[in-house]
Design a protein around this ligand. Sequence first.
Ligand code: AMP
Length: 394
Amino acid sequence: MKTLQQLNFTNERAVIRVDFNVPLNDQLEVTDPTRIEAAKPTITHILSQGGSCVLLSHLGRPKGNDPKLSLNNITAKVSEILGLPVQFSSQCVGAAAEEKANTLKPGEVLLMENLRFHPEETAGDIGFSKQLAQLGTVYVNDAFGTAHRAHASTTIIAQFFENKKCFGSLLEKEVKAIEKVMKDGASPVLAILGGAKVSSKITIIESLMEKVDHLIIGGGMVYTFTKALGGKVGNSICEPDYCDYALELLEKAKQKGVTIHLPVDVVAGDAFSNDANRKQFDVMDIPDGWEGMDAGPKSTARFKELIVTCKTILWNGPMGVFEFSNFAEGTIAVGNAIGEATKKGAFSLVGGGDSVAAVKQFDMQDKMSYISTGGGAMLESLEGKTLPGIAALS
Ligand code: AMP
């Protein structure tokens, strides 16, 4: 598999699959440009070598043509971030699209219309992929966020470029960050898993069990474990059908030498609301009428003690209902402890959904070694799967 540095882009027209699936407000303005900024190094590198760039992306989940999800809504933002004019093509395939791409000069950038206006994109249609391939001479995949999908522009297209295909620098960074945890992480390796449900994290837990020394379990998942261990969970979120599985996991961890750390105390609310009355309880003894919504202070102190001794840390999922400010302290404390460990030289990766949102909400981005841009793609990587978009580049 080639990296960006292993190809020469002089006079090449690079078809780059980027992930510009950015949030828009009612005025169709970009509210979080992180994904566009993340693609900039790849685009700038190609342009600086005397290449041109044809940018392919999806935006949202349109059913056919939808002006609200036209990528033209973000052309100005892309142009502003790249610091150069960006042309737009209202077709992403066909004669008009190819003509526009063909006239690109070195140093120029062309953004194509939303790929998902065509159902062939998500279907991974080979004819559509071939048409996309005709837009350029080299293929670069820099869309980690969609690398777990075998779509036309993320995977199928790659076969039309033989040796002229490579990782973009964002994709490379993501892959290296995952490898640093899953393959060659310095020990002690710690995974911190939070979030709502055990059932949605089974494959990740199983896969991490093979890689880590310590596993902190937080968030709503906790109560399936404590119920399984004979605790009282009150009104806490709990999946009784998974209690046996939770016990099996605890047993498996013992066999594998993985230490599982559960909270010892919780901050509970008498309703699922930020304004609920709050009370602290032993994690094994939550009365009816109360639901565990955050890790308690004893737990976070213990977690912190462990976190700062670890050399490789993966964080996936919040420690509680961090969206409610009154139940965010556990998540903030864990984030700060990871920041402290990172400062001392640990490698920290935050990835997969809501922990990334938490890190952004509490402005902790600079404290972490790497924050993944891909939700589902990161989760599948942590599950140990090879992503089709990455496999297609080999
Ligand atoms: P996930 O997508 O599985 O990582 O879950 C993230 C969601 O889990 C967040 O929206 C949190 O509010 C929620 N969550 C975390 N802890 C709890 C809890 N104790 N009770 C209910 N929801 C929780």
